[in-house]
Design a protein around this ligand. Structure first.
Ligand code: RFL
Length: 393
């Protein structure tokens, strides 16, 4: 088939892009490897920044999140030096988060796109992008039945995540790949249990980090720092709840509301950035452009921001013959990406004993971490800075 813009991937990046291109009168198609059911049920992010909500509002894509999402604005740190709360909607830019599970956002975006007449093919895996050096790039695809085909376009938008075809198809040396392994892993858990506190909980403990995030009144996300290489099934549910209770200091601050674990996965905290986010007629957005550790909940928010910039640039180019925005696309995104990367790295250092140094040096780093928490607890300007970066993208 043909389309002016061939979009790979129906995640937040690909679906925001698809919706905006469609509304802007640009001919596009979205190709997605997974089935519709898989896309609608993949549970991942939940915290949307105020700017993300503004972008979705601007384009009439926020109806579902206003109806079902809830605002959230408090986080609680539990540390060896006691606990403290930050009401971040009264700090920095005075903005709250909106909690709306990512799979619900994706479902909203999908429904909107299909209702508007958008073209989308599920169970269609992009295998490779060809000819990105020129102005007639193509994508080879494979269906669930093994049949192959080709899509041709003016541009290909790689929104197919970190393991997608867009990244794989970049010629060696065409794009610089910056990477950082934070050295920390999390067991990411989804529990069928109401939230245990009315705040995001960050517990810093000598046994490792534990986190608590409300998703819905019935479902709560928990994180438990674990050894790199731990199989997701290694711990029994009882051991997980006991460990969460210990690290969250339930005996001091109140018990956790337990329930069956619906899902578990091990996430290695890693970040990377491709630079530039473009090779000829192949453009990257979302996790395909930059992977960010989930420590500051930035990934989906960056994906939406980049998708809007890319949509505007492509509409300018294809509808109005003006290529300037497309030429600036990568640089504009990278400013936001590096700022988010810096903050997410800071959060990693705030919440964990970062593995690596041993002996005296480890103790030194640990004291730095405690001091960083003390600044956050006591300094108004540090709290403003935190709030601005925590909710901002
Ligand atoms: P996605 O969502 O991965 O979508 C990519 C889509 O591309 C498809 N695909 C292909 N399609 C065709 N051909 C191929 N060859 C393909 N290869 C892949 C995939 O099936 C998929 O549908 O990428 P996108 O759109 O860039 O969006 C990025 C976000 O999903 C991601 O950054 C966030 O989920 C990160 N993240 C969080 N972000 C936040 O902003 N707030 C959070 O609270 C938050 N929590 C999280 C997170 C990520 C987590 N994990 C799983 C690492 C919590 C966790 C545990």
């Amino acid at each position: 088939g043909t389309a002016d813009v061939v979009v790979l991937g129906a995640g937040p990046a690909g679906l925001v892009l698809g919706n905006l291109l469609l509304a802007g009168g640009v001919d596009c198609v979205v190709l997605e490897r997974a089935t519709s059911e898989q896309v609608k049920s993949r549970s991942r992010a939940g915290f949307l920044a105020a700017n993300t909500v503004r972008i979705l509002d601007r384009h009439g894509l926020a109806e579902g999140l206003h109806r079902r999402g809830r605002t959230h604005s408090t986080c609680e740190f539990r540390t060896e030096d006691g606990r403290f709360r930050l009401d971040y909607a009264t700090l920095g830019r005075r903005e709250p988060h909106t909690v709306h599970p990512q799979h619900e956002l994706v479902t909203d975006l999908l429904t909107h796109y299909l209702d508007a007449g958008g073209r989308l093919h599920f169970a269609t895996e992009a295998v490779a992008v060809h000819g990105a050096d020129g102005d007639r790039p193509s994508v080879t695809v494979r269906g669930a039945d093994g049949r192959t085909g080709t899509w041709q376009g003016r541009y290909v938008a790689g929104c197919d995540g970190r393991h997608g075809a867009a990244r794989r198809s970049l010629p060696a040396g065409s794009v610089r790949h910056h990477r950082l392994d934070h050295g920390v892993s999390w067991l990411a858990l989804l529990a069928e249990a109401p939230p245990s506190l009315d705040a995001v909980g960050y517990a810093v403990h000598e046994r490792g980090f534990a986190g608590h995030m409300a998703r819905t009144p019935e479902v709560t996300r928990y994180y438990l720092q674990c050894e790199r290489g731990t199989p997701p099934g290694a711990w029994s549910e009882d051991r997980i709840w006991d460990e969460l209770a210990l690290r969250m200091r339930a005996s001091d601050y109140g018990p956790l509301r337990r329930g069956p674990l619906l899902h578990r996965a091990v996430v290695d905290l890693e970040s990377d950035v491709l630079e530039p986010l473009r090779h000829g007629s192949l453009l990257l957005a979302g996790d395909a452009a930059s992977l960010i550790s989930p420590s500051a909940a930035k990934g989906a928010n960056l994906a939406v921001l980049e998708a809007e910039l890319l949509a505007r640039a492509l509409i300018d180019d294809l509808r109005h013959g003006s290529p300037d925005a497309l030429a600036d696309y990568s640089a504009r995104c990278l400013e936001h990406i590096w700022r988010a990367q810096e903050f997410s790295r800071w959060m990693v250092g705030l919440l964990h004993r970062v593995p690596g140094p041993a002996g005296d040096e480890a103790a030194f780093h640990d004291s730095l971490r405690r001091s960083r928490l003390a600044s956050l607890r006591t300094s108004c300007s540090c709290q403003d800075w935190f709030a601005e970066n925590y909710v901002g993208v």
